[in-house]
Design a protein. Structure first.
Length: 146
């Protein structure tokens, strides 16, 4: 919970390219005019270190909790009568799988349209380029990374 709290209240930092200030976000960095480079945050990749480390600790904690809960499920399942053995395991893993699917669906349909600036209408957030009236293309991120 500490890591999640730190992540929730830590600022992300400025984006690599602010689409509201420049129209060159979809242009390769080498081809951007020098006067427009002020709108690019070349130190943006350095902001990810804290989030990566905290995510690693969160994943480690999740694995520990999942392993302990699986061990408890096995203990309880062994105490069930032979005639109904495995029903607790089935119920627990069914609930875990269905809630996991729900989390994937929320991510896929409610949050993905903003990141890709797709035309999906079921997004929780609107695409920044739709607010500014500019086109959207995420090729800049890929071209700078390579």
């Amino acid at each position: 919970m500490i890591c999640l709290s730190v992540m929730a209240f830590s600022p992300f930092g400025e984006p690599f390219c602010n689409r509201e200030k420049t129209k060159y976000c979809s242009t390769q960095l080498e081809k951007v005019p020098k006067s427009e480079l002020q709108y690019f945050n070349l130190a943006a990749p350095d902001n990810g270190t804290l989030f990566i480390l905290l995510s690693m600790f969160i994943a480690f904690g999740y694995v520990l909790a999942a392993s302990a809960s699986d061990a408890m499920v096995v203990e309880y399942a062994q105490r069930e009568p032979e005639a109904i053995r495995g029903r607790i395991q089935t119920a627990i893993y069914t609930v875990r799988t269905l809630t996991g699917i729900l989390a994937y669906l929320v991510t896929a349909f409610a949050l993905n349209a903003w990141a890709t600036c797709s035309t999906a209408s079921a997004s929780l957030r609107s695409c920044p380029s739709r607010r500014t009236g500019r086109g959207s293309n995420l090729s800049t991120i890929h071209s700078v990374a390579s």
